[in-house]
Each structure stands twice: as C-alpha cells, then as structure tokens.
Design a protein around this ligand. Structure first.
Ligand code: FES
Length: 153
C-alpha cells in the first residue's frame, strides 16, 4: 500500500456480495461501493449533473442489436441511472454515457484485502511511530480472519 493514499475500510467483504452494493459515509462524503462479479468499485454518490443521489439509482446494462430480431444484453447491472434526470454512468469507470465528452463522476479505487494484511500494515506504521488511524474505520475493528473492502482516498 502506498503512503500517498489513505485506505479506509468501508465494509466486511460479506456485506457486499457479487451484484450487491453499499452506500458509505467517509469523511463527510457519501460513496457507493459496488461488487461487480467479485471486483469492487467505488463511486461518489453525487451526480455531476446536479448533485442527485446517483448511487441510489437503478442499475442496468447495455442492449446491443445487430438487426431486427437480434439483441444482446451486455454488462448487466454495470450502469447506474441517476434517479433525478436519468443520466447514466458506467460503474467501472465513472464515465457518463449521456454526455460522454464532458462528464464523469468521481470514482475511487476499491479492493478486497485480508484482515491479516491490514493488521500487518498497522503494525508497520506503529513501529515507524505513526498513530493508528487510516487503515480501519472505527466501526470496523479489523480481525485477521476476515476480508474487508477498502477504498483509496
Ligand atoms: S442530477 Fe443526476 S441526472 Fe441530473
């Protein structure tokens, strides 16, 4: 883990199963954390258009057709539709598909780490004289035997 970024534990892995999501508050920011087939993504829960609660929106996919009678439904559940004016955003990249040139919602790196890894990092930081803090949110006392979803701020 790099020293420039802060890692914040936002959930236990079991809380966000594949296809699931959770909206968390981190330092006054509302952020939606999504599990797409085992990969984690985090998106600011504020629509770039007018600040709507984007992460509470309906999730959809992408329909592709090569002609009459044929269609394919791709990337099911990987797009968020803002509940206020229905702009759509790709959860993986934050890219808007309504106004693709200009608009992108803030996204954060999110991933799964083992509790043991977090604890080892904490020990290293403590040994270097740093105060305990950024690696575990107060609501998540980290245990070595569990896995956690962290986001990078
Ligand atoms: S606030 Fe999200 S589309 Fe307008």
């Amino acid at each position: 883990m790099s020293a420039q970024h802060r890692h914040v534990v936002v959930a236990k892995a079991a809380e966000i199963p594949p296809g699931g999501s959770k909206i968390v508050e981190v330092e006054g920011r509302s952020i939606g954390v999504f599990n797409l087939d085992g990969e984690y993504f985090a998106v600011r829960n504020a629509c770039p258009h007018a600040g709507g609660p984007l992460c509470a929106g309906v999730r959809s996919g992408f329909v592709r057709s090569e002609g009459p009678g044929h269609y394919e439904y791709l990337r099911r559940g990987e797009f968020l539709r803002c509940p206020w004016h229905q702009w759509e955003f790709d959860i993986r990249t934050g890219q808007s598909w309504f106004d693709p040139q200009k608009t992108r919602v803030r996204r954060y790196d999110a991933r799964l780490v083992a509790g043991a890894e977090l604890l080892a990092e904490e020990e290293k930081l403590a040994a270097a004289g740093l105060q305990k803090g950024p690696y575990s949110a107060e609501t998540y006392p980290v245990r070595a035997t569990e896995e956690y979803v962290i986001i990078e701020l």
